[in-house]
Design a protein around this ligand. Sequence first.
Ligand SMILES: Nc1ncnc2c1ncn2[C@@H]1O[C@H](COP(=O)(O)OP(=O)(O)O)[C@@H](O)[C@H]1O
Ligand SMILES: CC(=O)N[C@@H](CCC(=O)OP(=O)(O)O)C(=O)O
Length: 266
Amino acid sequence: MQGIIVIKCGGSTMDQLPHEFFGAIAKLQEEGKQLVIVHGGGPAINSMLDQVQITPQFVNGLRVTCEDTLRVVEMVLCGSINKALVRRLTQAGAKAWGVSGIDGQTLLAEKTAKPLGWVGEITKADTTIPKAILNQGFVPVIAPLAVSADATQSYNINADVAAGAIAAALSAEKLIMVTDVPGIMRPQADGTKAVVEQTSTGEIKEMIAAKIITGGMIPKVQAALDALNQGVEQVVICRGNASDLVSVCNGEAVGTTVTMNVNQAL
Ligand SMILES: Nc1ncnc2c1ncn2[C@@H]1O[C@H](COP(=O)(O)OP(=O)(O)O)[C@@H](O)[C@H]1O
Ligand SMILES: CC(=O)N[C@@H](CCC(=O)OP(=O)(O)O)C(=O)O
């Protein structure tokens, strides 16, 4: 099997992803690339919560998930978002197969000790289902829900964290985090913001402490570092367009490349 590339599609950009983006995935699949998609859907969850009059609440980019919120998260992610992505991939000529981390106990989790309600900490990512789907010639499209070992409880998992755990378990060569910004942005002396082309553990800690990295970018960079720690070769944060995706898959520098430390990258 060729090296596996995990693509995390953020909810922030899902509605804007052009047909060409999915076409690029179809083409890469045709060329024999082993692609796995893990998706988010934060904004769609927020809008459904709004309809049922629950106010979304986040702590460091993670959703506080009460019982009712969990029901909405599961419905939106495993239902509408997962199926919409499978449809768009299929329209573009890719073969896509949607599942969640609950299916086949792909993502096992325990309740987090943090005061976040039904948010899980992943204890194990099992690659049986993603590999079986890949072996059938399909792109697995995975919703970031996890399940308890006794299968009695679902857990809400941040999609970046789920993607990082799945990429690590698959020993992926790349994890590409597709989002609504061109990479990690850093303010410059002239007041503009520029993409950080390459960053590492120390600089990330410094940017979180300085509140340069905030909100949804926090779990993203933490998941990136965890994935690298667990053997994923490269993590890239970039925008959701076809040319960026193809460039990253072909090893060209686009967006922000996250590495363990600067020396290692040289
Ligand atoms: N330093 C930063 N550089 C870029 N984006 C940042 C930074 N800090 C915070 N963000 C925010 O992180 C967002 C991306 O995270 P998130 O909204 O969770 O996206 P996704 O749904 O793609 O995971 C950006 O839209 C931006 O508002
Ligand atoms: C625990 C937690 O925060 N779960 C996320 C899962 C979806 C997600 O991560 O979506 P994005 O990729 O669009 O952010 C949530 O409920 O929003």
